[in-house]
Design a protein around this ligand. Structure first.
Ligand SMILES: NC(=O)c1ccc[n+]([C@@H]2O[C@H](COP(=O)([O-])OP(=O)(O)OC[C@H]3O[C@@H](n4cnc5c(N)ncnc54)[C@H](O)[C@@H]3O)[C@@H](O)[C@H]2O)c1
Length: 305
């Protein structure tokens, strides 16, 4: 259906999305604001925690395949490279004003393309006001790590073309993903629930109820989560989490979405999340508390692969 994919924003999600599509034999062009970010992003794709090098080391990919995947990803700071894309995915910071500005720029260059936003929470109908053809705009919400997670949440804005959403759903199934389709509403289906759990876990840390490791192991072994809420926050990025709470609060004015104080303080102090996925971060909650991640503990005990 789509042959050339544009990815705008080459951070945690943009790099994973680019890697996923390139591994599916599709051509990808990625845009970000600085050459430094683009270079770091390519490094994460090659050698990061979910990168190609690890697949080579585990015998799941040959070295020449890795080079071919890397060769399918071009990067630029110039939006004009998006001109001949048939699908463009926006993955910049979770901020409505920034996304509206970026979407206008994408629309001006790749107006015929289908445009999807990877927003975690912001109204798709609101974002669609930035593009000429809102029928060809929808939420395409990937899950971290995109290379591993099967889920993709397709979000229909008020004006998204129903037939197109069905076609895109089928296309993703062909790429091995399991799409769910939801209607536009703050936080959609997944973030709305995940954020509440994440917030309560942070409040428990603030109150000294338990350590990050014990909270996460409790939810993993007690409730069958593959990763606990604190470790998930570290993986998402604490700065990104904070922006998502702020966007949810802006959209709903509901105090339940006010960001927890500890999260704000950690971000202010430079703790932006797991350094293995977030270049330049001092660490996540686990590094701040000096603990081994719960998934590692369970792996050591032979309870996780
Ligand atoms: N981190 C996650 O686990 C996760 C999961 C699902 C969805 N999301 C969503 O994906 C989006 C991106 O999140 P992230 O975690 O990758 O954030 P990030 O901070 O890692 O990356 C955002 C990138 O956008 C770039 N950017 C900012 N302004 C730009 C512009 N004008 N043009 C081009 N690039 C620009 C930044 O330089 C940065 O590299 C957000 O909407 C977030 O809510 C995140």
């Amino acid at each position: 259906m789509f042959k050339k994919i544009g990815v705008v924003g080459f951070g945690v999600m943009g790099t994973q999305i680019a890697q996923f599509f390139a591994q599916q034999n599709l051509e990808v062009v990625a845009v970000d604001v600085s050459e430094k970010t683009l270079k770091e992003g390519m490094e994460v794709i090659k050698s990061g925690r979910f990168g190609l090098q690890r697949l080579v080391e585990r015998g799941k990919m040959k070295e020449d395949e890795m080079n071919a995947v890397l060769g399918r990803i071009a990067t630029s700071t110039d939006y004009s490279v998006l001109a001949d894309c048939d699908l463009v995915i926006e993955a910049v910071f979770e901020n409505a004003d920034l996304k509206l500005k970026v979407l206008k720029e994408i629309d001006a260059i790749a107006g015929d393309a289908v445009i999807g936003s990877n927003t975690s929470s912001i109204s798709i109908t609101k974002l669609s006001s930035a593009v000429t053809n809102p029928g060809k705009f929808l939420g395409i919400h990937f899950f971290n790590p995109v290379q591993v997670q099967k889920l993709v949440e397709l979000v229909k804005g008020l004006l998204s073309d129903e037939k197109l959403v069905v076609e895109i759903k089928e296309w993703f199934i062909g790429l091995g993903k399991v799409p769910i389709v939801v209607n536009d509403s703050p936080g959609f289906a997944t973030s709305r629930l995940g954020l509440l759990l994440g917030k309560e876990a942070m409040m428990m840390l603030q109150e000294g109820v338990a350590t990050p490791q014990d909270i996460d192991i409790g939810m993993m072994l007690g409730y069958g989560y593959s990763m606990g809420p604190i470790e998930t926050g570290d993986l998402v990025g604490l700065d990104t989490r904070l922006r998502i709470y702020e966007a949810m609060f802006d959209a709903t004015k509901d105090p339940k979405w006010a960001p927890p104080k500890l999260l704000v303080q950690l971000v202010d102090a430079g703790y932006l999340g797991d350094p293995a996925v977030k270049p330049g971060s001092k660490g996540g909650v686990y590094e701040f508390y000096g603990q081994e991640r719960a998934t590692q503990v369970l792996r050591r005990l032979g309870l996780r692969k």
